[in-house]
Each structure stands twice: as structure tokens, then as C-alpha cells.
Ligand binder design. Structure first.
Ligand code: NAD
Length: 291
């Protein structure tokens, strides 16, 4: 099936990036949110981010104009009914996602592929509550979407081969690379990344190293572009904790237990960059380690 029109539900951090990359790749995009303010913010952010690509010589001004013209917004979910592919990227709460699918289903064409950008909710379970589990997939983008090369494709137990192949082609048209993951907690990237971050927090908690020595060790000793604590601040410590809880509960293995110090930072509201403070304090000119 050839996908041309794409509906994106949720115009937040991820939804605007998804709309951006699809529009630049030549797809028609219809972006939906419950808040007009989110839609307006998303469109102006996309405009700014594409403009940055123009100033770096990655896109021409004409390509930018064409991409921006391909993006339309709507507050009415039903308007997405005619899209070939719908990507749900709303708030990470199962009840929110389920309500979106329930409202959307009566309006969808039978051949429309339905997907979710969820980081942690079971694709099989989300799919089972729709009328098309065979045409339902996990479509997991990385943050920030325009920058990151990888997209994880997650097949639920019922997803058919045609749906999977169609989304592989879509990823190629985006100029990105897909990795196929089975539908188990946190998929591949977060399954490996989050326990490493959690172990870095344990290393701090047990006093083996301080923030600076842990981050420097992994940058200079393992060639990581960012230290694990710096990366945790970038992702958001609440998100890191939520994913560790998903692994801990979903796999019932104590090796995934979240570090009490990570929980403590979240309790303090020190959630990382977005809160101005996490393992580093970002309120001054340069980030200062908090431990
Ligand atoms: P966000 O909070 O930035 O945005 C969520 C948006 O969804 C908001 O604009 C909100 O108004 C909107 N929304 C809420 N209910 C809605 C509804 N019923 N209909 C339409 N829109 C609705 O969140 P985000 O970081 O963009 O995350 C979105 C999804 O992407 C989540 O499933 C998350 O797990 C996943 N994800 C996030 C990241 C990340 O690093 N942030 C990475 C990969 C995947």
C-alpha cells in the first residue's frame, strides 16, 4: 500500500518532530491535538526548525515552503479518517490513547494503518482494542525526531507482514533507518539504555564516583558522546524512572529496580534540563554538578 497522507495525533514534543520529518519527505500531514495552543506552537516550532535546516544548507527555501504547505492542523480527530496512516503520539497514558483510538476508529478507511509512538505501552494490548490488530504497529521515533536516524518498528502479535513492509518503506522514504523489535517492555533502545543510566545513578548513589567523574569516564573511556547523567537530564528523570518501572514490572526481574536516588531526584522535582535542575544545575551560565 502506498502511503501519502499521514495523520499525527498529539502535537507535543514528539508529534511536531514527526509532522516535520513527514512534511519534508513529501507526505501530506494532518496534525491533531486537543489544544489549539499546542497546534499553533507546534507549527511555529516546525517553521523554526526547518528554517534552521535551510540556514545550514540542508534544504532550499523552496523546499521549506513546500513542506510547510503540506502541514495542516485540526482539532477534530474525525478529520484524520481519510489518512493512509495515523501515528498516535499523544500523552503517554494508556487511557488517553485508548480513548483516541475509540473516537477515531469509526471514521477510518478500512485500509488505514494505525500506529502508536508509545515508549512503553504494549502494542499488542493497544491493538487488541481496535478493529484492526493486523494493521496496527508500534512506530517509535527517537527524540529529537528531525535529528535522530533510528525508528523502532514494533509488531504486535497480530500485525501482518504487509503492514510491517509498508512501514519499513515509509521509514526509508523519511531517509531514516528502522530496527525491528518484538513487543516486549521498552523495546530495544530503552531496554539497553535505561538500565545503563540507572546503573550510573547507582554508581553515584553508592559513592563510587561523583557526577563529573561518572560522566567523564563514560565519555572518555567508552567514547559516548554524552555522559549517562547528562543524558538522563536531557531525557527527563521522570521519564527515565517511568521506563525503569515499566521494565521492573513488565519483566519482574530485580535487576531493573530503579535506583532510590533517581526516585529522590524525581520527588524533589529535579527532573533534568526541563526543570532547570537534575544531576546538573542549569540555572547559571554553565551546568554545575549537583553531587
Ligand atoms: P508531550 O506531552 O510533549 O505531548 C503530548 C501532546 O498530546 C500534547 O500536546 C497534548 O495536548 C496532546 N494530547 C493529549 N491528549 C490528547 C488527545 N486526546 N488527542 C489529541 N492530542 C492529545 O509528549 P511527547 O513527549 O510528545 O510524547 C508523546 C508520545 O511519544 C508518548 O507516547 C511518548 O511515550 C512517546 N515518545 C516520547 C519520547 C520523548 O523523548 N519525549 C520519545 C519517544 C516516544
Amino acid at each position: 500500500m502506498a502511503v501519502q497522507s499521514v495523520g499525527v495525533v498529539g502535537a507535543g514534543q514528539m508529534g511536531n518532530g514527526i509532522a516535520h520529518v513527514f512534511a519534508v519527505a513529501g507526505f501530506d500531514v494532518l496534525l491533531n491535538d486537543i489544544s489549539q495552543e499546542s497546534l499553533d506552537k507546534a507549527v511555529s516550532l516546525i517553521d523554526r526548525n526547518i528554517e534552521r535546516q535551510v540556514s545550514r544548507g540542508k534544504l532550499t527555501p523552496e523546499e521549506k515552503t513546500a513542506a510547510m504547505r503540506r502541514i495542516r492542523t485540526t482539532l477534530k480527530l474525525a478529520d484524520l479518517g481519510a489518512c493512509d496512516l495515523v501515528i498516535e503520539s499523544a500523552t503517554e497514558r494508556e487511557a488517553v490513547k485508548q480513548a483516541i483510538f475509540e473516537d477515531l476508529l469509526p471514521h477510518l478507511k478500512p485500509e488505514t494503518i494505525l500506529s502508536s509512538n508509545t515508549s512503553s505501552i504494549s502494542i499488542t494490548r493497544l491493538a487488541s482494542r481496535t478493529d484492526r490488530p493486523e494493521k496496527f504497529m508500534g512506530f517509535h521515533f527517537m527524540n529529537p525526531v528531525p535529528v535522530m536516524q533510528l525508528v523502532e518498528l514494533i509488531r504486535g502479535i497480530a500485525t501482518d507482514e504487509e503492514t510491517y513492509r509498508t512501514l519499513c518503506e515509509v521509514v526509508e522514504r523519511l531517509g531514516k533507518t528502522s530496527a525491528s523489535s518484538e513487543d516486549f517492555p521498552a523495546f530495544i533502545v530503552n531496554r539497553i539504555l535505561m538500565p545503563m543510566i540507572n546503573e550510573a545513578v547507582y554508581t553515584l548513589y553508592e559513592g563510587v564516583g561523583n557526577v563529573k567523574s561518572i560522566d567523564e569516564s563514560m565519555k572518555l573511556g567508552a567514547n559516548h558522546p554524552m555522559g549517562p547523567l547528562e543524558l538522563a537530564d536531557f531525557i527527563g528523570l521522570d521519564t527515565c524512572l517511568a521506563i525503569m518501572n515499566v521494565l521492573h514490572e513488565g519483566l519482574a526481574d530485580t535487576k531493573y529496580r530503579p535506583c532510590p536516588l533517581l526516585t529522590k531526584y524525581v520527588e524533589a522535582g529535579w527532573l533534568g534540563r526541563k526543570a532547570g535542575r537534575g544531576f546538573y544545575d542549569y540555572r547559571g551560565e554553565t551546568p554545575v554538578p549537583t553531587r
